[in-house]
Write a protein that binds this ligand. Structure first.
Ligand SMILES: Cc1ncc(COP(=O)(O)O)c(C=O)c1O
Length: 233
């Protein structure tokens, strides 16, 4: 009997996908070698990576001035990488606090610098998202961070705020579920396990100019440029 998992998180996949993954696990495209056994520098794996990039770029209409990278540690790792890479001392990191995951992002940012909450529904137990049209991030903030869909609370932005500083969005639980204008965002990220693929990894779509921002003392594996310059390999 097929069991359907409707929990928030890893969910039911189509049989055809599972069967193909199972087959290619043992022999990828007749190479005599399973996909897990191939070098990540082999042309067959390069094809897998190129298709993943191409699919994301096409489905989400990602403009050319954005890089697409895959980083271990899930969306939670991004809560720390964002302030490490994108905080500019003297310019606050601004947030909309709309649920558990926003609060976790804010908690991590506080470890690295000044934060400011410019909209919140915390007092009302996160039962709604404050009007995005009334969110006015400062022009000179390091960035403005939102959570597009608040897993657990079930609240989702139906329109996005206008922001003159780079707007960053955690889209872990609604990425690719609707059409959106990527160019409104400095960065979009998502833990892969809900809407896209296996757990433990985040997809990060980042505007190229922001990749340059990272201070010199950020460790190599926590710098966005390490991933963009090496095609996530
Ligand atoms: C909106 C949102 N952000 C972040 C996370 C954390 O994701 P990860 O488990 O990839 O760290 C979740 C997980 O449920 C989430 O729903």
């Amino acid at each position: 009997m097929k069991v359907f998992n409707f929990n928030a998180g890893p969910a039911t996949l189509p049989d055809v996908v599972m069967e193909r993954a199972q087959k290619e696990f043992c022999d990828y495209m007749g190479s005599g070698c399973g996909i897990m056994e191939h070098s990540h520098r082999h042309k067959l794996f390069e094809g897998v990576l190129a298709r993943a990039n191409e699919n994301i770029r096409t489905i989400m209409e990602v403009p050319e001035n954005y890089d697409i990278v895959y980083i271990q540690g899930g969306a939670s790792m991004q809560f720390a990488m964002i302030p490490m890479n994108l905080y500019v001392p003297g310019k606050a990191m601004e947030f909309a606090d709309t649920g558990t995951w926003s609060a976790k992002a804010i908690k991590e940012a506080k470890l690295f610098g000044e934060t400011k909450i410019i909209a919140s529904s915390k007092e009302d137990k996160y039962t709604y998202i404050p009007d995005p049209a009334k969110m006015t991030p400062s022009e000179d903030a390091s960035f403005f961070h939102i959570t597009s869909n608040n897993t657990i609370y079930g609240t989702q932005y139906q329109s996005f705020p206008e922001s003159k500083c780079p707007m960053l969005a955690d889209m872990s639980s609604d990425i690719m579920s609707r059409k959106l204008d990527v160019s409104k965002f400095g960065m979009i990220y998502a833990g892969a396990q809900k809407n896209l693929g296996p757990s433990g990894m985040a997809v990060v779509i980042i505007r190229k100019d922001l990749v340059e921002r990272t201070p010199a003392n950020v460790p190599t594996m926590l710098r966005y440029a390490t991933y963009t310059e090496n095609d996530s390999l």
